[in-house]
Ligand binder design. Structure first.
Ligand code: ADE
Length: 523
């Protein structure tokens, strides 16, 4: 670009040529030279004297030189010399000196003040002063501009910090409200206190869904350093959450065969509210899930059955207030099934899921408006018929019918039976499949009085035989003939203490006495 400008300048100035060769008083004279007019080579005889033209009284005339520097040959070639009209940069300069330090630019220019001052010229590079920073905004007077710049430098980071702070506070509050999903809690681990009415929002980290039930999902979760279970109830199932915590908060509910309650929480806001129930977590999961994937030995079966029956017995029991604890009313579960029995690591069971449970306060009506609740498959004939008495004992007997079906599930996967163990099947799965309607259930259980099939191979084992008898007495069509939970517990406890010697003889192992040999028929 500069080459074009210089060439253009050369042509214009060259065409103008020297004005005069004579000295005129008061006039300025400069050396005149135009390379293009001198055949491209500097020749002394081609240099002339130029008289600079008239100008306004307030303007001045100067002389100039334009030359080219070849950085390879390190040679300077004069291009133009002549008069130069008023320019402040030339004022009072007696010598024609180029001060620009940039050698990369090929063309150099100097100007000076005084007659023939452009006879000689030179390049005297000066250290460059960094150019002032050009601001993007409107120019303002210097001090104001500095103040403005200073204010901007201070205020922008301050504003950013303020926004980050506001955002963090907002984010923290929101996370506190909604719970910590997949996030490591920031609080120090601490002991889990006794169940409290409402825990406030604790730093709970939901890890993975363990089970899906009628009422939302059960999550494996982390609370401080403890693994817990969180049952998340959607808004429409709030009543189950309320009922379940009511049951857990009853006196005497802190029992080894009842799922341990930790607390409840409300999470989210009005639009997306969730109700959380926090309990102990049991890695083995539900009895149903366990039996699907595993078989159980005879001692394992006894352990599970005994603790399960003891849990149900405790739930059904009315316990008077004592010094340590208050009064516990009788409670019916109303959704007893293998999915609602959890297996602990020591192969004992605990009872869970009290969302449909019913409390029986003495002297008060049970207050239930609808008797046909629970899981269809486990419904007793009187429930399927819609013919229940709304009394405490009626509800407890309904639970016992379901308990008989769970004992059957256990026996079906027990290795004590004589023969190959079949795949896990739900009660009545063989008879009516996986998705029976209410009518299917009524026809099977009420009309045909069918029950799950007990194989002859099971009865060959005296212990399993006793279990088979027990389950049949639990699912009796006549509700009043059914065994109570305490009776089932006693029977299984007795069986647990008994080691099977062979198919007809049992040895009862008592703490106090010698092993007592009894005949199978005596049990
Ligand atoms: N499934 C349902 N509740 C559970 C719990 N508390 N622990 C493990 N699995 C479960």
């Amino acid at each position: 670009m500069s080459v074009y400008i210089v060439t253009l300048l050369c042509i214009i100035l060259g065409l103008l040529g020297p004005i005069s060769a004579h000295d005129v008083k008061g006039s300025t004279y400069c050396e005149f030279y135009n390379e293009t007019m001198c055949g491209g080579e500097f020749k002394e005889d081609c240099v002339e004297k130029e008289m600079c033209g008239p100008h306004d009284p307030d303007k001045r005339n100067h002389c100039y030189v334009l030359w080219q520097y070849d950085s390879v040959t390190q040679k300077s070639t004069t291009k133009l010399k002549g008069c130069f009209l008023d320019s402040k940069e030339c004022y009072d300069k007696q010598r024609c000196v180029e001060k620009n330090a940039d050698r990369k630019k090929q063309h150099f220019f100097c100007c000076c003040d005084g007659n023939m001052c452009n006879r000689n010229f030179s390049w005297d590079p000066q250290p460059t002063i960094p150019p002032p920073i050009v601001q993007e905004y409107e120019p303002v007077p210097n001090t104001e501009q500095q103040l403005f710049t200073f204010m901007m430098l201070i205020s922008i980071p301050a504003l950013l910090l303020f926004l980050i702070f506001i955002f963090s506070v907002f984010y923290y509050c929101r996370r506190k409200k909604l719970g910590y999903f997949n996030e490591i809690p920031t609080m120090e681990p601490g002991p889990i206190s006794q169940p409290s009415p409402n825990l406030g929002n604790r730093p709970i980290q939901l890890v993975e869904i363990k089970a899906r039930g009628r009422f939302g999902a059960v999550w494996k979760a982390k609370l401080h350093s403890e693994i817990v279970a969180v049952k998340v109830f959607p808004q429409q199932d709030k009543q189950s959450w309320v009922t379940e915590q009511e049951i857990f908060k009853l006196a005497h509910m802190d029992h080894e065969d009842i799922l341990r309650f930790i607390g409840v929480e409300k999470r989210g806001d009005s639009v997306l509210i969730e109700f959380w129930l926090i309990t102990a977590y049991h890695e083995k999961g539900s009895l149903c899930d366990y039996l699907k994937a595993n078989v159980v030995s005879w001692p394992e079966m006894c352990r599970i059955a005994e603790s399960m029956a003891r849990g149900l017995m405790h739930l059904h029991e009315e316990i008077p207030a004592n010094k340590a604890d208050g009064y516990k009313p009788a409670v019916a579960h109303r959704d007893f099934k293998s999915k609602n029995v959890l297996l602990k690591n020591d192969m004992t069971a605990c009872i869970a899921d009290f969302g449909l449970a019913l409390i029986f306060h003495p002297g008060k009506p049970c207050g239930d408006t609808h008797g046909q609740v629970g899981t269809r498959r486990y419904m007793a004939p009187e429930v399927l018929e819609g013919a229940i008495n709304f009394t405490r004992d009626s509800f407890l007997r309904i639970d016992m019918y379901a308990c008989g079906l769970v004992l059957w599930e256990l026996a079906s996967r027990c290795t004590a039976q004589d023969g190959p163990i079949g795949e896990y099947r739900l009660p009545f799965e063989e008879e009516i499949g996986l998705h029976p309607s209410l009518e299917d259930m009524q026809e099977c259980v009420v009309a045909k009085k069918e029950r799950p099939l007990i194989l002859e191979t099971w009865r060959k084992h005296p212990g399993l035989l006793a279990i088979c008898d027990t389950m049949e007495e639990c699912w009796d069509h006549d509700a009043e003939a059914r065994l109570s939970a305490s009776c089932v517990m006693e029977r299984v406890a007795c069986l647990s203490r008994t080691t099977i010697l062979n198919s007809s003889t049992l040895i009862r192992v008592d703490n106090a006495s010698e092993p007592l040999i009894t005949k199978e028929s005596s049990m």
